[in-house]
Design a protein around this ligand. Structure first.
Ligand SMILES: Nc1nc2c(ncn2[C@@H]2O[C@H](COP(=O)(O)OP(=O)(O)O)[C@@H](O)[C@H]2O)c(=O)[nH]1
Ligand SMILES: [Mg+2]
Length: 487
């Protein structure tokens, strides 16, 4: 981070970009003050810790933050803000309140007091939830802000320095889906407010090395599709491996199936109903085979879609239902009753299901934007599912969806996913919350609003699917070590 020096006694700010600790000797400092007259140089110090700064930079890519304005030094007046922050390019605002919340927002467009409405698709709000900033993207079709002489605002909804007051929240506006309690503990009294200039660093630094290697090429996509087409489950009695997707409502289970189906169909499809209803939209147990193109053969896997895992007991999928599914007792289109667990058919229950009908790989589908907000109840429910799956020895993977919504850098360029320290921290967080190794967490972006396939999206989704097939093989190998293996 650069250090800015504030020259008291002078009108304009005297800024000297220097390393984050002051390296001026006392003698040099005196010499410089001599050039400026009777002034004192005090460094404008950031209130962010090094860790918080890194986390925020992680949301923005390879950037440098330079502190332009600090309310405790320059005053809470909108005019003081504009004097230092107008025409500075992209800026990041960071507010600190008396309840200990750190929150703010980013805009990629200059402040100029033009009086215009500003569209800025890159704008977002954030709030630290524990050590990690959670990003709140702007809802589509809204203006990011009005560029007037007042204090900075986001969607005319969250205002900083409003009427020279620390912060104000306007409940009438809806550009951002903000919960003031989660975002800042409903406490509008700021203890500090800072604005940073955000500059991209062009030089390739050592941090530019991806933390996982992916070949973002059409050949790689073709190769993955070929490997999946030609895959044969390790045990001959199983013709297609069954992959069960489990996760909260809205995590992207149905969308994952739709995305994989789209890739093999060569166009966007939406066979499984997906949507954003609050409670489970999928209430049936569905097993979805995927065909290799319109007239093609069925591929060697079946994706099983369940209704959501809701945190309350008596709602959503129950642990007993999951156990029945894992053991292959639930048929396609079985309609779950959230208040009553699955009742097996008497006759069928007497003979155990064949290995072909059982689940061979369990995929926990988790929304990357919700990890930090995961309730203890949901975490406990997932832990009990995991205990059950563990006891049956079934392979498990975490599919971390919505990486585009979680990180603006990734939204812009999906291929930067493994350069994003933010996504890396999310992968680590979900790994520790669910108790699965980091290597078993696969971040993806499902197709959600696109009309055409995108290469990078496909590569990521196919890599995840291929890993599921590998894991299913490990399970089959483990339970049938002596069975006939296909050549
Ligand atoms: N931006 C984005 N949206 C997604 C992604 N995956 C799912 N969605 C959206 O999230 C919502 C819920 O998805 P859905 O598949 O119905 O979740 P389910 O309840 O787990 O089956 C839908 O509006 C999807 O379009 C993703 O990776 N990125
Ligand atoms: Mg669904």
């Amino acid at each position: 981070m650069s250090l800015m020096y504030q020259a008291f006694g002078f009108g304009p700010q005297v800024s000297m970009v220097a390393p984050s600790t002051c390296k001026l000797t006392e003698e040099k400092r005196k010499q410089l003050c001599g050039l400026l007259g009777n002034v004192e140089l005090t460094p404008l110090a950031s209130s962010l810790t090094e860790e918080q700064r890194k986390q925020l930079c992680g949301l923005l890519g390879n950037v440098e933050l330079t502190l332009l304005y600090k309310a405790s030094v320059h005053g809470y007046q909108a005019s003081a803000f504009h004097q230092r922050c107008d025409r500075q390019g992209p800026t990041l605002l960071v507010a600190y309140n008396h309840s200990g919340y750190i929150f703010g927002g980013y805009t990629s467009v200059d402040y100029t007091q033009s009086g215009q409405y500003i569209t800025d698709e890159e704008a977002f709000l954030f709030s630290f939830q524990g050590k990690i900033p959670v990003c709140i993207k702007m809802n589509s079709g809204y203006n990011a802000r009005v560029d007037d002489g007042g204090g900075p605002n986001f969607g005319q909804q969250v205002y900083f320095c409003y009427n020279n007051q620390p912060v104000r929240y306007n409940t009438g506006a809806s550009a951002f889906t903000v919960n003031p309690t989660t975002m800042y503990g409903n406490d509008t009294r700021l203890s500090e407010f800072e604005v940073y200039k955000v500059e991209q660093i062009c030089a390739v630094s050592s941090e530019e090395k991806p933390w996982r290697n992916v070949l973002w090429k059409a050949e790689r996509k073709d190769k993955l599709m070929e490997m999946i087409r030609n895959y044969k489950p390790l045990v001959t009695s199983v013709s297609r491996v069954r992959i069960l997707m489990i996760g909260p409502v809205g995590a992207g289970k149905s969308s994952f199936f739709n995305s994989i189906n789209s890739i093999f169909m060569g166009r966007i499809t939406s066979k499984a109903m997906s949507g954003s209803a609050g409670t489970s939209l999928t209430t049936q147990f569905r097993t979805y085979p995927v065909k290799d193109g319109r007239e093609g053969k069925p591929l060697p896997f079946v994706l099983c879609d369940t209704m959501g895992l809701e945190e309350q007991t008596g709602a959503g999928l129950d642990i007993e239902d999951i156990s029945s599914i894992l053991q292959g007792r639930v048929h396609d289109r079985y309609k779950f009753n959230p208040t009553e667990p699955f009742q097996p058919d008497e006759q069928k229950a007497s003979k155990p299901a064949s290995l072909q009908e059982k689940i061979h790989c369990v995929v926990y589908v988790i929304d990357a934007t919700k990890i930090s907000l995961m309730s203890d109840k949901l975490q406990e429910k997932l832990a009990s599912v995991r205990r059950k799956v563990n006891s049956l020895g079934i392979a498990q993977i975490v599919l971390m969806t919505k990486v585009d919504e979680a990180c603006p850098l990734v939204e812009k360029d999906l291929y930067k996913i493994y350069l994003s320290p933010y996504i890396k921290s999310k992968v680590q967080e979900v790994s520790s919350r669910l108790g699965v190794p980091v290597s078993c967490v696969l971040p993806v972006k499902n197709y959600s609003q696109e009309l055409e396939l995108e290469l990078n999206c496909d590569v990521l989704l196919l890599t995840a699917l291929q890993q599921m097939l590998n894991f299913a093989d490990d399970y089959l190998d483990d339970i049938c070590p002596l069975e006939d293996k296909p050549k």
